[in-house]
Write a new protein. Structure first.
Length: 149
């Protein structure tokens, strides 16, 4: 099993500093933990009114397992190019960029997607919050079973 630790200000993997002896543009990067923010790598949208937004072009359906599996399959490639860590998020991110209500309504209208606010934001805080329900947590703070597997 891989062991990650910190010694002083350096990250170590199996007791060896990351990027041992490596510099980038004259700057020592030994012991740094270079990472990429991939908060939607394990994303799902439970909102039936919005999940179609994320559909795959080859299947015309959204598949959260495919999303996660494709992310996992890419990890060796990221490692091969020197990436030692990724950041994921159990709350999801803003997969379409920063959410704006007026732009979202226009997006839905352009695509002929029906839905009243009360339907689209059912169980969510308000139309001022993004409508996709992408949290990995239940209201009581426990982890949803799909995220434990």
């Amino acid at each position: 099993m891989t062991r990650v630790s910190v010694h002083g200000e350096k990250w170590l993997i199996d007791d060896v500093p990351t990027y041992k002896g490596i510099t980038y543009q004259g700057i020592n990067i030994e012991g740094l933990l270079l990472n990429a923010r991939m908060v939607n790598a394990i994303f799902d949208d439970e909102n039936l009114h919005t999940r179609h937004i994320w559909k795959y072009p080859d299947t015309t359906e959204w598949d959260p397992n495919r999303n996660t599996n494709e992310f996992i399959s890419m990890l060796p490639n990221y490692k091969r190019y020197g990436l030692t860590a990724v950041t994921v998020n159990l709350q999801g991110g803003a997969p379409s960029g920063y959410y704006r209500l007026d732009q979202f309504r226009e997006f839905m209208k352009e695509r002929g997607i029906p839905g009243r606010d009360s339907e689209i934001w059912e169980g969510l805080p308000s139309p001022e919050s993004q409508p996709w329900n992408s949290s990995g947590f239940n209201p009581d703070g426990s982890l949803k079973p799909e995220y434990i597997r």
